[in-house]
Design a protein around this ligand. Structure first.
Ligand code: FAD
Length: 333
């Protein structure tokens, strides 16, 4: 356990933040010990993965815990399908590469999303028309309060758009230690999203699709190693169909997607219409090509970023009557 640890390199926005303490566990035994010791000494225990979906404030009271186990193994279901057991500490992109190169279908559209496997179920990571929840068989967790081990199947996880039970009833209450994914050696390309189909020819396999997705993402999104960011800063708002109809009549260019929960509006478009794209002040700003991505140019205050995010939300609300919700969570004070 380390005390007074800088977490600047543990958050992709790159804000300076100091954790009261940080501990890493690479096995269930060490995790259980760390949690037990942590309860005696700290008021809070905070799970952390790669820090690509958090906004860190300067002072993080409590014990930050990372599960770094990186074991991967397969359980055969039949000759075409296997359950991939993947520990939470595995890097997400490394898993996408390993599975797609081996000819396994399922993760190809989710290429180049930063972060760890353990965090993937939390907001049900999604991209290019797919979500990880569709592939999850179950999620193994350890309860932070008492070290209890539990396996939640897909229905218990309550996956939705950027949502799961881990962002609701179980938020901050469990450490995800393993994710079990059902992948297949036979699959259908899902390339009817954005300009993916244009990049591919013939009969693309999972590895071709993953490479194309990664290429597009590199062109469109800032690399967090170069420019601090947390990907999409706001969720795409989901509104009732009648409200969407009214907005589309008034704003014919508004991109929308119909979903089971309602009509999803492109938050980036709403923000762009309010004139924020490329905005910069006090070393924080809105990315020049992607209005949904807020960026940190270095040595800025996290409060300036949050204050700007608040003003962006206010302007979208005033113009369109739509409320934006932040996607990353805030840690610390
Ligand atoms: C450039 C960029 C592009 C992105 N693109 C996408 C995208 O296309 N789609 C998408 O869905 N997301 C995207 N994201 C967001 C982010 O990459 C994902 O949400 C990712 O799953 C976060 O992983 P992480 O390990 O960095 O989690 P962290 O940021 O470390 O943690 C996120 C949350 O999960 C909790 N947590 C982390 N690990 C565990 C664990 N093992 N057990 C319990 N709780 C845990 C943390 O407490 C925190 O609340 C993007 C981010 C960036 C920077």
């Amino acid at each position: 356990m380390q005390y007074g640890v800088s977490l600047q390199s543990y958050n992709t926005l790159g804000f300076e933040a100091t954790a009261q303490a940080l501990a890493e566990a690479d096995s269930l035994l060490s995790l259980r010990r760390i949690l037990a010791a942590g309860h005696h000494r700290f008021r809070r225990i905070i799970p952390l993965g790669g820090g690509s979906n958090v906004v860190m404030k300067p002072c993080i009271e409590g014990l930050v815990v990372r599960y770094t186990g990186r074991r991967i193994w397969q359980e055969s279901v039949n000759e075409h399908e296997a359950l991939w057991h993947v520990e939470a500490g595995v890097n997400w992109q490394a898993l996408v590469e390993e599975t797609t190169r081996g000819g396994w279908w399922g993760l190809e559209n989710l290429a180049l999303i930063p972060g760890s496997v353990g965090a993937a179920p939390i907001q049900n990571i999604g991209a290019y028309g797919t979500e990880i929840g569709d592939r999850i068989e179950n999620v193994h967790v350890m309860h932070i309060a008492d070290g209890r081990y539990e396996i939640l199947d897909r229905t218990q996880c309550d996956f939705g758009y950027r949502h799961s039970i881990f962002k609701a009833a179980l938020a901050g209450r469990v450490m995800i230690v393993r994710v079990v994914l059902r992948l297949g050696l036979e699959g259908k390309p899902r390339i009817d999203y954005g300009d993916l189909a244009r990049r591919l020819s013939g009969t693309p396999g999972p590895s071709d699709i993953a490479t194309a997705v990664a290429d597009i993402r590199r062109e469109k999104l800032p690399d967090p190693h170069v420019l601090g960011n947390a990907g999409s800063f706001f969720k795409n708002p989901v509104v009732p169909p009648e409200q969407a109809e009214r907005l589309m009549t008034q704003w014919p260019g508004l991109p929308v997607w119909k979903t089971a929960q309602g009509t999803k509006l492109a938050a980036g478009w709403l923000i762009d219409q309010c004139g924020w794209k490329g905005y910069c002040d006090k070393n924080v700003g809105v990315h020049r090509q992607q209005a949904l991505v807020l960026v940190h140019y270095g040595d800025a205050s996290v409060n300036d970023l949050l204050e700007m995010a608040g003003r962006i939300g206010d302007s979208v609300e005033a113009r369109f009557g739509v409320t934006l919700e932040m996607e990353p969570g805030i840690i610390g004070r």
